[in-house]
Design a binder for this molecule. Sequence first.
Ligand SMILES: Cc1cc2nc3c(=O)[nH]c(=O)nc-3n(C[C@H](O)[C@H](O)[C@H](O)COP(=O)(O)OP(=O)(O)OC[C@H]3O[C@@H](n4cnc5c(N)ncnc54)[C@H](O)[C@@H]3O)c2cc1C
Ligand SMILES: *[C@@H]1O[C@H](CO)[C@@H](O)[C@H](O)[C@H]1NC(C)=O
Ligand SMILES: *[C@@H]1O[C@H](CO)[C@@H](O)[C@H](O)[C@H]1NC(C)=O
Ligand SMILES: *[C@@H]1O[C@H](CO)[C@@H](O)[C@H](O)[C@H]1NC(C)=O
Ligand SMILES: *[C@@H]1O[C@H](CO)[C@@H](O)[C@H](O)[C@H]1NC(C)=O
Ligand SMILES: *[C@@H]1O[C@H](CO)[C@@H](O)[C@H](O)[C@H]1NC(C)=O
Ligand SMILES: *[C@@H]1O[C@H](CO)[C@@H](O)[C@H](O)[C@H]1NC(C)=O
Ligand SMILES: *[C@@H]1O[C@H](CO)[C@@H](O)[C@H](O)[C@H]1NC(C)=O
Ligand SMILES: *[C@@H]1O[C@H](CO)[C@@H](O)[C@H](O)[C@H]1NC(C)=O
Length: 760
Amino acid sequence: MLPKLLLSLLPLVVPVLSQAGAQYVDPDNGIPFWGLTEPVHGMTLGWIFPPLDSTGSLANEFIGEIVAPIDTLWAGVSPGGQMLQNLLLVAWPYDGSIVRSARYATDYVQPLAMSGPVLTDLPSTKVPKLRYTGTNSIPVNTFGVPAWVFSSIGVDTPADPQSTFQEHTDFGFFGLDWSQAHASADDYNNWAAGGTGGGTPTTTISTPTTTPTQPPVTATPYDYIVVGAGPGGLITADRLSEAGKSVLLLERGGPSTAQTGGTYGPTWAQGHNLTKFDIPGLFETMFTDSNPFWWCKDVNSFAGCLLGGGTSINGALYWIPPDSDFSPYVGWPTSWGNHGPYTAKVKSRLPSTDHPSTDGKRYLEQVSTVVSQLLNAQGYTQITINDNPDFKDHSYGYSAYDFLNGKRGGPVATYLQTAKIRKNFTLKQYVYVLNVVRNGAQITGVKTNDTSLGPDGVIPLTSKGRVILSAGSFATPRILFRSGIGPSDMINLVQNDATAGPNLPPQNQWINLPVGMNVQDNPSINLVFTHPSVDAYDNWAQVWANPRPADSSQYLKDQSGVLSQASPRMNFWRAYGASDQRTRYLQGTARPGAASVTTVYPYNASQIWTITVYLSTGITSRGRIGIDAALTARALVNPWFTDPVDKQVLIQGINDVLSTVRNVSGLTLITPDNTTTITDYVNNYDPGSLNSNHWVGSCSIGNSSSTAVVDQNTKVFNTNNLFVIDASIIPGMPMGNPHGMLMSAAEQGVAKVLNLTGGP
Ligand SMILES: Cc1cc2nc3c(=O)[nH]c(=O)nc-3n(C[C@H](O)[C@H](O)[C@H](O)COP(=O)(O)OP(=O)(O)OC[C@H]3O[C@@H](n4cnc5c(N)ncnc54)[C@H](O)[C@@H]3O)c2cc1C
Ligand SMILES: *[C@@H]1O[C@H](CO)[C@@H](O)[C@H](O)[C@H]1NC(C)=O
Ligand SMILES: *[C@@H]1O[C@H](CO)[C@@H](O)[C@H](O)[C@H]1NC(C)=O
Ligand SMILES: *[C@@H]1O[C@H](CO)[C@@H](O)[C@H](O)[C@H]1NC(C)=O
Ligand SMILES: *[C@@H]1O[C@H](CO)[C@@H](O)[C@H](O)[C@H]1NC(C)=O
Ligand SMILES: *[C@@H]1O[C@H](CO)[C@@H](O)[C@H](O)[C@H]1NC(C)=O
Ligand SMILES: *[C@@H]1O[C@H](CO)[C@@H](O)[C@H](O)[C@H]1NC(C)=O
Ligand SMILES: *[C@@H]1O[C@H](CO)[C@@H](O)[C@H](O)[C@H]1NC(C)=O
Ligand SMILES: *[C@@H]1O[C@H](CO)[C@@H](O)[C@H](O)[C@H]1NC(C)=O
């Protein structure tokens, strides 16, 4: 529906009558307005619209009032809420009457006179009435967040309706359900012609019109609202607050490590202030716990919904990115190629270690010895992996992590700690962001499930404010769909949802972008072996309830030993050419234990170990992330092996890894066993098990809105002030497990946001 605006002003002092964002009847004219009385200055703002199905000029107007104490030097109201590209009606008393005008700002300067709106006095009250036609709209059939402004400093030339004035001295937002604020055509026309009273309430919701029964919810506006406290959001929020911006970080989950107030840990660690999320050796138990409260229940893939996101529950394998991770070869714009300074920032905040035990020793390393024998026979070189990030062909080394002091480190132990001591950084946990609130291209705030944070849960931005989505590869697309941004099939699913549908902007404001397309994840295949030297460590099955006593007491003593490291022990990479002339990289991760074994032969379960073989940089297969009718986020098209060349290369790579098994005395491949060929094993592999939890690309960065969702500054195309900084912007598979390169990308992304003009 098109915009329709109108206003009348009453130069009266009227007692506080209404609740925030509710219906009240003005005692002077008997009109049942929808609006609020804000408590600080005692201003009442109200609107009433003609019926929703009005046509012609009637569809483009409303009757409204600003009732302010007579000592207000000027006051105003913005039905759209934000300063830019929104109507602002201002008024002040002068010489026994009211001077008023319609203003419109295209930049953060004095709002200029607006051409188009027509102000008309309502005969009954001898105050102006405004008829407006323009490009700007009030979402008359849904919920909105209008703003009021107030000033205790007079305008420069009170006699002149177009007088200049200083910035308001106070302002605020409130929620209003515009869809309720409609009268019958007869009533509306009566009031517009100067008639009074007679209005039948438009809804059955009865609102006390004499005494406020509860205080109106007020909201604090922020310069930046960052959604999601995973690695992307934590780095973004830290750097924004460091730059002096007011920052609100919203996280749907709660504490993780003990440092963040987490308390969930194994019995054997009780009293030691160590949680499941702190103790590296508990990584494998993330998948076997009976109460896994940390997984996002509305994402149909593993995703961490707690402080730290994936970095609080992942294996913490941590790779300093090679240059190729930011190259056009994997889809990055050339402007992102100089990652060095950003990668250096991450390294200085969060060093890597391939010997996380606090005593500097390595534990449970039998697998490492076997893997080096296997790979040495294939011409591989052993290196310290993060000392040579670009050496990724025929190289291997000890697994590297971002554990600190024998405990989970990551962005929670570093970036969050510097952010949280700043006064201008606010973290709110257990707050679920449903959608951004926007007026066309302009984002005005976010809608959350917490109505204590703002009217109807809406938290506004300051005048030049920005929203940054960092909710991860599944949840960021869902927030965009729920905000009317993405392919129309996804937005239609939202529209059909009884709860989410009404929060969508009108269809003419939907923004078509390839959200959810272009998705990648490493296809990965497990190979299981036995070797007489290997200690399978009970496949980590006992570490939660019944750890080896020597290991748990060593860990409790000084965070050293087997439990100071996650399960991986060795990693390797190799490059492959292929029939399509592209180079693809193979990664291997080796660990003691195995999740499942399929063989017709007997084997010794105490000696099992696994190599997971992944295909990474250079893969061409793409899938799609979306939502279903329940708004659960899921892969709509699996991203593995949609291009058969990827599968050919992975099969070749697995055959190469296995080519020297016989050169290692005592080594036996048990899954697949010798009754199954590698080609059959890969062809028959359960597609769901190909998942590596390394999803990228669902909001790819790029230079065109036809192929990408965010531009080179991470701004969502066709919006003014909405950004994405998380794994979803990574346009193609990086070389290794992604969180290290993602943190470099977040450092670079937030630097670009801060450098972009027009912000707060
Ligand atoms: C099981 C597993 C193991 C992994 N192992 C490794 C590994 O060893 N090494 C590695 O490099 N990578 C690993 N990864 C991948 C890595 O953890 C992710 O790539 C990384 O965490 C992505 O970061 P992100 O900031 O994009 O999103 P996330 O880490 O997913 O963070 C998103 C955050 O947003 C919050 N959120 C989501 N929706 C909303 C909402 N609507 N409102 C408010 N908050 C919201 C979530 O609660 C979460 O905290 C693993 C991932 C998984 C799942
Ligand atoms: C925000 O915090 C930073 C760092 O502590 C400080 O320099 C800056 O002045 C603060 N800005 C505001 C608006 O409080
Ligand atoms: C637990 O450890 C964290 C640091 O990791 C510390 O901040 C916190 O105060 C400790 N709590 C208790 C109860 O010792
Ligand atoms: C590996 O074993 C094969 C025979 O099975 C042998 O031909 C080859 O030379 C060995 N390679 C190495 C590097 O020892
Ligand atoms: C909002 O959602 C979060 C995450 O689901 C939940 O923990 C929290 O209790 C919800 N808040 C309210 C007020 O319902
Ligand atoms: C299985 O392996 C363990 C550990 O290497 C060993 O102690 C045990 O004797 C083996 N069992 C058999 C039946 O070979
Ligand atoms: C297949 O593997 C089993 C168990 O390891 C072994 O006994 C058998 O000899 C193997 N057969 C062939 C043909 O290699
Ligand atoms: C846009 O990006 C694509 C690859 O993502 C590239 O081929 C093309 O040259 C780029 N165009 C411009 C103008 O930079
Ligand atoms: C900052 O912006 C200017 C121009 O807007 C650009 O020339 C410069 O490269 C940007 N710097 C960074 C680090 O992106």
